[in-house]
Ligand binder design. Sequence first.
Ligand SMILES: Nc1ncnc2c1ncn2[C@@H]1O[C@H](COP(=O)(O)OP(=O)(O)OP(=O)(O)O)[C@@H](O)[C@H]1O
Length: 446
Amino acid sequence: MADSATPRAAESGSRSSRRVLAVACSGGRDSTALLHATACSARSLGLHVVALHIHHGLNPRADAWLDHVSGQVSAWVDAGLPIELRHERLSGAPAAGDSIEAWARAGRHAALQRLTLAAGADLLLLAHHRRDQAETFLLQALRGAGSAGLSAMPRAQWRDGVCWVRPWLDRPREAVEAYVAEHRLTFIDDDSNTDPRYARNQLRLRVWPALCAQSPGAEAALARAAEWAQQATELQREIATEDLRRWSDATGLSQAMLRSLSAARATNALRAWLHRETERAAPASLIRRLLVEAPEAVIAQWPLGDVTLHLYRGRFAVRPRAPEHAEPVAAQRVDLARPGRHAMPDWRGTLDVEPVTSDGIGLSRLSNVELRPREGGERFQAHGKGVPRSLKKCWQTAGIPAAQREGPLIHVDGRLLFVPGLGLDARLLHADDEAQMALRWTPDAC
Ligand SMILES: Nc1ncnc2c1ncn2[C@@H]1O[C@H](COP(=O)(O)OP(=O)(O)OP(=O)(O)O)[C@@H](O)[C@H]1O
């Protein structure tokens, strides 16, 4: 995504021994102030500051912004501040229908992370202040967010070797404005900050003035509410970790958890487990469904994006979803009278024909077998002394979950001979001297 990341101003001191601090600077008012304040402190602390600027390639004035930041950094170098500038120009563009803001944010974050590490720093400062925090809280609340969303922005967060820090998160916006005025700093006025197509701008332009007029302490109060949400989120995480240690293992999550914990606590654990299994947040609608449908269900499954949540024998497990485009496979006749592996791509698996000394089927009977999908109503007899039972019952008795009941049902002379996972029907087992075969079905890996 980068076209360059070169220092644009010189700095003094040995590169290898110095301690480096990165500051993300858009050139706007807040990050200009933070960069200046950081560089001034760095001088007395013996630190070196690397200003990072990301050129999104979206605004026609973006080249001018980079030039502005570059000129400012050069002037500060001349004034003796220990600072240099590195920048990266994002390439590519958001895909049709994607949010421009989300694309720019993701590209900027990745670039800031890369540049920080390349500069030899592990601390990256961002200039968000208390008003930004209050706005974020409000926007999340208007989206109906839960405590994680209402937590807004963390003060410090490690991500892949870089600690992203917002040192001014408690600072009122007016304090930042006062700093800029005091030091006569010049900054870029990004015209997209007044574009009413963006929700945050609408909030800034229309809602915020009215809110402050009505409640002058709104900024502080909302930022405080975000802090409470952060604490609540942390508590939820701790409880989920404890509950999942007790109720889940490598085979899945226990259904009994849903009956044992309070609804709120079960929801919390279920969400955390689904997030761990799928690496994304589960939809609230699914969680609501599970709380109603899952506690007493015996065998069930729920679609979840490109995977499926299965419940079988009291445990939940997440499995890859069978491809939706998979057409039902038509019945077909084949010759299996040859020991070895028979690949069956239409059925997404392989059938092994293996010689056995007892309980097999005569080889010659396999020369003209029919592979059929399940039609319903089939009956199967697992043992010589048993009785034929419905396939569904046989699968349940054998502990084979619905998702694993795949592969062809093999018929010979119109009678069911073999069921994947269950084996050969005892009624058709061989009794003469002819070579006997067992069959084994192995599904392809997903
Ligand atoms: N293009 C960019 N390059 C480097 N850092 C950026 C860039 N855009 C944003 N940041 C960082 O993220 C913070 C928050 O971004 P936001 O979009 O709210 O800021 P801004 O309005 O562009 O500028 P500022 O916060 O400087 O007034 C900035 O303060 C800055 O630290």
